[in-house]
Design a protein around this ligand. Structure first.
Ligand code: SF4
Ligand code: SF4
Length: 350
């Protein structure tokens, strides 16, 4: 593993081929069109996260989104769910888990997402990526892939480690036609904050984008980052904007241990579909509203758009913040719900 650890903003070492540049431009055009549609109308979901498989091959200490026994959701049922998300007008459908690459019919699910006109994304731990699997993901039409890497060496908190995954990253750099983002983290029991810098540099060298998230220990309170974590956080934020997610301003408040003032549009602009096919606000608020996706209608989207979630100030779920940001300037929320206990809402990462 050749990792550049010098200071300053890292540079990509990868020369993109004309074919790849063309594919990236076509994807960008579709993204811009979907952003335009999201700005023009609030009547459809911008992003849905869907779980085809709760089983995961790993057991990260901070995670409550997996088990060791679940069977894959049958592919016909997955396709019905994707079709319904298409009818609701969903712009981006992101497959997560558990570990989605353990689903035997994943490529069919990805192809169906593209067929209904949505952007196809996936969040994976990367363990099952090999050149042939990456080429099949290209063929299925995957648009975006995210891998979270928590540390350099595996430990008892996480085995999503650069040392284990670096070869996978090299294969992705070589073969993937889709966009790849590597997310690293600070907080939440991650022992060496400096690891995030090494992971971020490696990601950019290999031609990927890089983001950093904050995980908090599950003690119920937002806390400011410590000095070492803050230094890592500041350095990664100082890297070129093109390498860094532009919609992560909300994390500044989280890094300072302060609540955010925002309108969560979960249940409307963002949907979380669990393995049982129920719509939830997000992975941490299961049961709200807890309605089968097949029964979810435009009326549900409208009601939830206007419903304030009292868990919002301390929420750290990046993807919902990003999606809700599109509508932050309009439509104050007129009703209110308090899902779950607020103190459960801080140990979260996309
Ligand atoms: S964080 Fe991801 S890789 Fe780790 S146990 Fe949870 S689902 Fe599996
Ligand atoms: S935890 Fe966050 S994303 Fe989920 S409902 Fe509450 S505010 Fe929204």
């Amino acid at each position: 593993m050749a990792v550049n650890q010098t200071s300053g903003a890292p540079q990509s070492q990868v020369k993109q081929t004309p074919a790849r540049r063309l594919k990236a431009a076509a994807r960008k055009a579709r993204e811009l069109s979907l952003v335009g549609r999201a700005l023009a109308s609030t009547a459809h979901p911008v992003m849905a996260q869907i779980v085809p498989m709760r089983f995961c091959n790993l057991s990260c200490a901070y995670c409550n989104e997996y088990d060791k026994v679940s069977e894959p959701v049958p592919v016909d049922e997955m396709l019905r769910r994707i079709d319904h998300l298409g009818r609701l007008g969903t712009s981006i459908i992101t497959i997560s888990g558990g570990e989605p690459l353990t689903h035997p019919d994943l490529d069919q699910v990805i192809a169906r997402i593209r067929k209904v006109g949505a952007l196809a994304g996936m969040i994976t731990n990367g363990y099952f990526l090999v050149p042939d699997r990456i080429k099949r993901l290209n063929k299925a039409g995957l648009d975006h892939l995210q891998i979270s890497i928590d540390n350099i060496e595996p430990d008892d908190v996480s085995k999503k480690s650069l040392k284990v995954l670096d070869k996978k990253l090299q294969w992705l750099s070589e073969h993937a036609d889709f966009h790849v983002n590597i997310n690293s983290v600070v907080g939440g029991g991650i022992k060496n904050p400096q690891d995030a810098l090494v992971i971020g540099r490696r990601a950019i060298e290999l031609g990927f984008t890089s983001t950093i998230g904050i995980i908090h220990d599950g003690d119920g309170q937002l806390k400011p980052l410590g000095d070492a974590e803050r230094a890592v956080w500041e350095e990664m934020r100082s890297w070129k904007k093109k390498n860094y997610s532009r919609f992560n301003q909300f994390q500044e408040a989280i890094a300072n241990g302060q609540p955010n003032d925002w309108r969560c549009r979960a249940g409307s602009r963002y949907l979380y579909i669990c393995e049982d096919g129920l719509v939830h606000y997000c992975s941490q608020q299961r049961g709200f509203p807890g309605v089968p996706l097949s029964d979810y209608t435009a009326a549900d989207l409208k009601r939830e758009f206007l419903t304030e979630k009292t868990c919002a100030p301390n929420c750290t779920i990046s993807c919902v913040h990003q999606v809700s940001h599109i509508d932050h300037w309009r439509a104050p929320q007129t009703t209110r719900v308090s899902p779950g206990a607020v103190e459960d809402l801080v140990n979260i990462q996309i």
